[in-house]
Design a protein around this ligand. Structure first.
Ligand SMILES: NC(=O)c1ccc[n+]([C@@H]2O[C@H](COP(=O)([O-])OP(=O)(O)OC[C@H]3O[C@@H](n4cnc5c(N)ncnc54)[C@H](OP(=O)(O)O)[C@@H]3O)[C@@H](O)[C@H]2O)c1
Length: 331
């Protein structure tokens, strides 16, 4: 055991920072010490409002602070890999918002840089660490629904903020990168394999990013996954797993704790509500990274996992563009 405390810096003043600020305050092994913005006055105001000790007027300045151990990269998607690599080269561990990168080559560059620097990099998919997700995996692994045949999931909402980074092609916008990644990663993690072949359809919006995406994935052993995501439908964050002896239905798969978050186990005529322990939604990703840094445990979301996520999304986008299935490997 170690009594070392990890000192964190936030790379940007993004909206999503609020998600990790609470966990960093409640976790005894972690402490929030700094925030950086492209604008010093903005960083100072942000820090003062949230009682963060240090404010930096550039991302470089935060990375140069030797008293910061871990950096949370909450920049727009197109900047994730670049700033993760810069942070790693400055000797920092990194928790990077999803998606870790927009190309497989960039994931590989992150991996090489992290190995060279001897630091940990993990992609921030909070739901993967939550007891609800771990419970669903346990049910599937112990055959609670028999043999898994199909995973179905969706993450949609109405995006009504003009100028949002999610609508900018140059910043890595688009619904599949923003929210499609949730059902895609959930299905892959529960099936425990990577797709052999994928098919996608997309509806592009006026800025050129996909505002609606629907896709299918074929896995080894005749297991399938279907998902939809988008910025043009009511809020849905569901997942469903169908086996030959039952089904699991998850009301809120990615933000457990936010209603309707019931997990149902359905077998024959019997529907059971599965008990799930409560946990602060974003605490798991912070503690998992601390375990990796302080205790040497492998992070739950490995860089190989992130690489496969990026490869799958790119294959789906290619399929939607070309109007035909994309084969990812033999099978
Ligand atoms: N895991 C989750 O639950 C979750 C939820 C929401 C978002 N996210 C992820 O978090 C990331 C940020 O999303 P967000 O909605 O929080 O974004 P946001 O509020 O728009 O913040 C992005 C920040 O990036 C900085 N930035 C640097 N270059 C920029 C540029 N060219 N254009 C705009 N901003 C720029 C800005 O900070 P400064 O001005 O301070 O430099 C800005 O505040 C995304 O990758 C998203 O996928 C994750």
């Amino acid at each position: 055991m170690t009594d070392r405390i990890l000192r964190w810096g936030l790379l940007s003043t993004a909206q999503i920072n609020r998600a990790v600020i609470t966990p960093l305050r409640i976790s005894p092994r972690n402490r929030l010490v700094g925030v950086a913005s492209r604008n010093l006055a903005h960083a100072q105001a942000y820090a003062a409002e949230r009682d963060i000790p240090r404010a930096f007027g550039s991302y470089e300045a935060l990375l140069a602070d030797p008293e910061i151990d871990v950096v949370y990269v909450s920049l727009p998607n197109s900047l994730h890999a670049e700033w993760t690599i810069k942070a790693v080269q400055a000797g920092k561990h990194v928790l990077c918002e999803k998606p870790l990168a927009l190309t497989v080559e960039d994931v590989d560059a992150v991996l090489t840089a992290a190995r060279r620097a001897g630091v940990i990099v993990a992609e921030a998919f909070m739901y993967r660490h939550h007891p609800q997700t771990l419970k669903v995996k346990e049910l599937l692994d112990r055959g609670a629904i028999g043999r898994l045949r199909l995973a179905r999931g969706a993450f949609t909402y109405n995006l009504d903020r003009p100028g949002d980074v999610r609508l900018a092609p140059a910043l890595g916008g688009g619904s599949i990168w923003d929210v499609g990644c949730y059902p895609i990663t959930f299905a892959r993690a529960m099936i425990g394999a990577e797709p052999i072949e994928v098919f996608g359809w997309q509806v592009l919006g006026p800025t050129g990013v996909d505002e609606v995406f629907t896709g299918q994935m074929r896995f080894p052993g005749d297991v399938y996954a279907q998902f939809d995501c988008g910025f043009r439908a009511t809020l849905r964050m569901v997942m469903e797993f169908i086996g030959d002896e039952g089904a699991i239905s998850i009301g809120n798969a990615y933000k457990p704790g936010v209603p309707p978050d019931r997990v149902l186990l359905i077998r024959d005529d019997n529907t059971e509500i599965v008990a799930v322990p409560e946990q602060e939604l974003y605490l798991g990703e912070v503690e998992d990274l601390a375990d990796a840094i302080l205790l040497g445990k492998p992070p739950r979301i490995s860089l190989a996992d992130s690489r496969a996520t990026v490869a799958t999304i790119l294959a789906l986008i290619q399929s939607a563009r070309e109007g035909m299935a994309v084969r990812m490997r033999e099978g």
